[in-house]
Design a protein around this ligand. Structure first.
Ligand code: NAP
Length: 490
C-alpha cells in the first residue's frame, strides 16, 4: 500500500478508501506488484504505487478479453445497458471520492474534477442507450430476386491507450461505447494518472461487469502498446494522446490492419471579431484557455483579435486572467492547478521566451508562480508574431498569445495555417459571419460564441493531423461496430 508517511492519501480523504487501488485489473482479478511510484503534481508527494507490467501480462489481459467476448456480445443490448447505467450511477454516487483522487494525481481544481466525473459517467449512460439503436439496413437488391441486409456487429477485442489530462473521461469516452456495443477491452491509462482508471474498474465490477470484459494494465508504455497494436487478437485500437505517439502507434497497427481511432493534439484558434460581445468573448476565452491549466486538447492556443477591439479585448482578458486563483487543486478556492510535470513547465517557458523574443509584450503572468514546483501564472501576451512557437505548436499550458487581424478572410487563413484541426472558436454577433466562419475553418469542432464545447452528445474529434474518427454522440459507437452485408437470393 501507499506510503502513509507522505500524508497524500490522508489529504485526499476518501470516504471509501477501497476506491484507491494499487493493482491492475485483469480477468476480474486485482493483480501485479505495485512498484512504480505515482506523485501528486501539486505537492510532489507520493500518492502510491502501481504495477509495472509488460508484454506477458498484456497478452494475458488480451486473452481474458478474448475469452469474455462471445458471451458479452451475445447478450441483448438492454442487458448491457443496465450494467452501463449502474456504472454511471456509481460514478455519480462516488463523485466526490473520484474527484479528490483525480485532483491528487492530475492537479486540476476540485470543481473541474467533479465536473469531469459526471461528464465521464455520462458516456456509460449515453452509450448504454445508443447500443439499443445500432440499426442496420434493408437495401433493394440489384435484381428482382435479390435482397441485401446490413447488420452491425461488435468489432471484437479493443485495445485502448489514454493520456493524463482527463484521467476519467478519456477512458469512458472509449470504453463506454466499446463495451456497450458488445466489445471487450484492454486499457492502458497514463502512468501519471492511473488511479481514476482503477477506481472506475472497481465500480464497473460492482455494476456487474463480468470478468474479462474490461481489463487494465499499467506499466511500460512501449511493450504494452506493442501488444495492443500488433496482437492479431485485438481487432480495434483506439488512442488519445499526442500526435507523434499516435502516428507511431497507427504505423504499428498497420501490421495487422487493425481498425484505428486517433484523438490527437490540437492547436485551437480563437477568433474575436469587432462585432463580438467582448465580455462574453473574454469569459469564453478564460474557460477555453485556462481550464485544466491549459492542458486540454481543445484549449484555445492562438487568439486572433480584430483591429477594432484588439486593445479593449487584450486589457479585459489580462484582467480576468490576473484574477484566477492559482494553487493546490484540493484547496476549494483554486481555479488553476500546477502543470503536470517539469517537461510541461519547460515547454511553457520556452514558448513564452520565444514569443517575447519575437516582439510580444507581457500583459499578465509570464513567470513561475510563488507556489513553486510546476505552478505557472496565468499569462497573457499581446503582439505575438504568427510564426512564434506559441502559434505553431500546441503549448499545453496557461498562456494566451494575441495576434492582430484585419478582416475575416485574413483571420480564417491564419487560423487554418496549422497541421492540427481539432477545435476552433469564434465570437461574432453577425449570423451570416458565424456560418461563413464555421464553414471556412478546417477543424472538426467549432465553438461559436462559446468556449466550452465538450459533452457526451457531441461528435468529438479532429481533421488533418488531429486524428481519425469521432468519440461521443451517435457516431461514437460506430467506431466499435463492423458493418456486415448479407445478400439473399430468393
Ligand atoms: P502522450 O505522451 O502521447 O501519451 C498518451 C498515452 O500514450 C499515455 O498513456 C502514454 O503512456 C502512452 N504512450 C506514450 N508513448 C507510447 C508508446 N511508445 N507506445 C505506447 N503508448 C505510449 O500524450 P500525453 O502527454 O499523455 O497527452 C497530451 C496529448 O494528448 C496532447 O497532445 C493532447 O492534445 C492530446 N489529447 C488529445 C485529445 C483528443 O481528444 N484529441 C484529448 C486529450 C489529450 P505513459 O503516460 O504511461 O507514458
Amino acid at each position: 500500500m501507499a506510503d502513509g508517511a507522505t500524508g497524500e492519501l490522508g489529504r485526499i480523504g476518501l470516504k471509501r478508501p477501497d476506491l484507491f487501488r494499487e493493482q491492475c485489473y485483469i480477468d476480474g482479478k486485482w493483480t501485479g506488484d505495485p512498484t512504480h511510484l505515482v506523485h501528486n503534481p501539486a505537492t510532489g508527494g507520493l500518492i502510491g504505487r502501481i504495477p509495472n507490467l509488460g508484454k506477458s501480462e498484456t497478452e494475458r489481459a488480451v486473452a481474458a478479453a478474448e475469452a469474455a467476448l462471445p458471451k458479452w456480445r451475445a447478450q441483448h443490448a438492454k442487458a448491457r445497458a443496465e450494467i452501463m447505467d449502474r456504472w454511471c450511477a456509481l460514478m455519480v454516487k462516488h463523485q466526490e471520492d473520484l474527484a479528490r483522487l483525480m485532483t491528487a494525481e492530475q492537479g486540476k481544481p476540485l470543481a473541474e474534477a467533479r465536473g469531469e466525473v459526471v461528464y465521464a459517467g455520462a458516456f456509460f449512460e449515453w452509450f448504454g442507450e445508443e447500443a439499443k439503436r445500432t440499426y442496420g439496413d434493408l437495401i433493394p437488391g440489384p435484381a428482382a430476386d435479390r435482397r441485401i441486409m446490413v447488420m452491425k456487429q461488435a468489432v471484437g477485442v479493443v485495445g485502448a491507450i489514454t493520456p493524463w489530462n482527463f484521467p476519467a473521461a478519456m477512458i469512458t469516452r472509449k470504453v463506454g461505447p466499446a463495451i456497450a456495443a458488445g466489445c471487450t477491452a484492454v486499457l492502458k491509462p497514463s502512468e501519471l494518472t492511473p488511479y481514476s482508471a482503477l477506481a472506475i474498474a472497481l465500480l464497473g465490477e460492482e455494476a456487474g461487469l463480468p470478468p474479462g470484459v474490461f481489463n487494465i494494465v499499467t506499466g511500460d508504455a512501449e511493450p504494452i502498446g506493442r501488444v495492443l497494436t500488433e496482437d492479431p487478437r485485438v481487432a480495434k485500437f483506439t488512442f488519445t494522446g499526442s500526435t507523434p505517439v499516435g502516428k507511431k502507434l497507427a504505423q504499428q497497427c498497420a501490421s495487422t490492419v487493425k481498425r484505428v481511432s486517433l484523438e490527437l493534439g490540437g492547436n485551437a484558434p480563437f477568433l474575436i471579431f469587432n462585432d463580438a460581445d467582448l465580455e462574453a468573448a473574454a469569459a469564453g476565452a478564460i474557460i477555453s484557455k485556462f481550464r485544466n491549466t491549459g492542458q486540454t486538447c481543445v484549449c484555445a492556443n492562438r487568439f486572433f483579435v480584430q483591429d477594432g477591439i484588439y486593445d479593449a479585448f487584450a486589457k479585459l482578458l489580462a484582467e480576468k486572467a490576473g484574477e484566477l486563483v492559482v494553487g493546490d487543486g484540493l484547496a476549494g478556492v483554486t481555479q488553476q492547478g500546477p502543470l503536470i510535470n517539469d517537461k510541461a513547465l519547460q515547454k511553457v517557458e520556452a514558448h513564452v521566451a520565444d514569443a517575447i523574443g519575437h516582439g510580444a509584450k507581457v500583459l499578465a503572468g509570464a513567470r513561475r508562480d510563488s507556489h513553486g514546483g510546476t505552478f505557472y501564472q496565468p499569462t497573457v501576451l499581446r503582439d505575438v508574431a504568427p510564426d512564434a512557437l506559441l502559434c505553431r505548436e500546441e503549448t499545453f499550458g496557461p498562456v494566451a498569445g494575441l495576434v492582430r487581424f484585419k478582416d475575416e478572410a485574413d483571420a480564417i487563413r491564419m487560423a487554418n495555417d496549422s497541421c492540427a484541426g481539432l477545435a476552433a472558436y469564434a465570437y461574432t454577433r453577425d449570423l451570416s459571419r458565424s456560418w461563413r466562419v464555421s464553414e471556412g475553418l478546417e477543424y472538426g469542432m467549432i465553438g461559436m460564441n462559446t468556449g466550452l464545447i465538450s459533452s457526451e452528445v457531441l461528435p468529438f474529434g479532429g481533421v488533418k493531423e488531429s486524428g481519425i474518427g469521432r468519440e461521443g454522440s451517435k457516431y461514437g459507437i460506430e467506431e466499435f461496430l463492423e458493418v456486415k452485408s448479407i445478400v439473399l437470393q430468393l
